[in-house]
Ligand binder design. Structure first.
Ligand SMILES: Cc1cc2nc3c(=O)[nH]c(=O)nc-3n(C[C@H](O)[C@H](O)[C@H](O)COP(=O)(O)O)c2cc1C
Length: 356
């Protein structure tokens, strides 16, 4: 295939594996890149131990980058979450420094202003992709000099921005508002999503939830089974209002602090149902993830590891996108990517017959 994204990233198919904290490690990233997409190493990859040590966080990333290089010669990305000064920014700063030292080819920067890292990453020779959730953010990202943007709609797993714009409405507006390539994310899991996104004006797709249900993803089988069991109504977007983030006076990254008080999409399981029954629908991500007395963000990380890696869904929920309802199997990354590409062609041919 040939789009502005395959050309920019020098990959065969315009399919990007979205970063997912703890579960998108070097092995998954390399498998995606080997299969012709762009694999991404996410935050806290390759470990199940929560650390507050900044140096250790950087060195863990360094060994993941080196492992990925051993496993593939194709391009791959690293996710840098901008974060907030005084809380997680110090980890992000260290990870950016390590990424530059290791000569990472592509940066996917998310959850923060493009003003923070773009220039440094570009000067280091990286291709920079910025993750946005509104048209305003897309315009700002392009002005800051990024090479491409991801726009991710509210259907997506994880943070979906304050305004909860759907992928169907966000992608064409982002394509109209920018001159750089647009990668569409949020609810995309198959060839229909790929061809739909290209029709909306995107140059590629960004899939998180779908890549959890692959053989190479280290997420626990219970998590993969929960995705296979999901139906259309299995996820909800709930408030995310981290009090730590809200209290930080960070003018450089004000947008992120506001967005952090947006929403996050989670899979509704028995545990989350119990929390909602107890707390009411005003329940927040922090309420869903709290551990007796343990402060955020460590409690959130511990709960995430417990759920995603240990598979304890009895007392945890997980973040996942609405696309989970359209996941039926657990293929290898190569099988998944090849199926999406081969099933896209008949869709385009069917559309052509409509216009004959
Ligand atoms: C379990 C999970 C963890 C995530 N962690 C991150 C993260 O660490 N950094 C980030 O930028 N986005 C993160 N996201 C968002 C994804 O990168 C991506 O935007 C989203 O998964 C796309 O929607 P989809 O899940 O419908 O494919 C996460 C999403 C999920 C489902």
């Amino acid at each position: 295939m040939k789009t502005r994204i395959t050309e920019l990233l020098n990959i065969r198919y315009p399919i990007v594996e979205a970063p997912m904290a703890w579960i998108t490690d070097a092995r998954l990233a390399a498998a995606v890149s080997e299969a012709g997409g762009l694999g991404t190493i996410g935050p806290n990859a390759g470990t199940d131990k929560v650390t507050s040590d900044v140096h250790e966080t950087g060195e863990r990333l360094r060994s993941q980058i080196r492992l990925c290089r051993e496993l593939t010669q194709y391009p791959f990305a690293v996710n840098f979450v901008v974060g907030v000064v005084g809380w997680d920014r110090k980890y992000s700063d260290r990870c950016v420094a390590v990424g530059i030292e290791e000569g990472v080819p592509v940066a996917i920067v998310s959850q923060g202003s493009p003003a923070v890292y773009t220039q440094r990453l570009k000067e280091a020779g990286m291709t920079v992709i910025h993750v946005c959730s509104t048209v305003r953010h897309v315009i700002k990202a392009e002005a800051s000099g990024v090479d491409a943007v991801v726009v991710s709609g509210t259907e997506g797993g994880g943070h979906s921005g304050f305004d909860q714009i759907t992928t169907l409405c966000l992608v064409p507006q982002a394509a109209d508002a920018s001159t750089i390539p647009v990668i569409a994310g949020g609810g995309i899991v198959d060839a229909r999503g790929l061809t739909g996104a290209l029709s909306l004006g995107a140059d590629g797709i960004y899939m998180g939830t779908r890549f959890i249900a692959t053989r190479e993803c280290l997420a626990h089988d219970n998590v993969k089974q929960a995705l296979l069991d999901a139906v259309d109504t299995s996820t909800i977007a709930i408030r995310h209002g981290n009090p730590v983030a809200a209290g930080v006076n960070d003018t450089e990254n004000r947008g992120f602090v506001e967005e952090r008080r947006g929403s996050i999409r989670m899979l509704v399981n028995d545990y989350l149902r119990q929390v909602i029954a107890k707390e009411g629908m005003i329940t927040s991500f922090e309420q869903a993830m709290q551990t007796d007395g343990e402060p955020a963000p460590a409690s959130e990380s511990n709960r995430t590891v417990e759920a995603f890696i240990m598979g304890n869904l009895e007392r945890n929920s997980i973040t996942a996108g609405q696309g989970a309802a359209m996941i039926w199997d657990i293929p290898s990354c190569r099988e998944l990517i090849e199926t999406i590409v081969s099933e896209a062609r008949p869709i385009v041919e069917r559309l052509n017959t409509i216009f004959r």
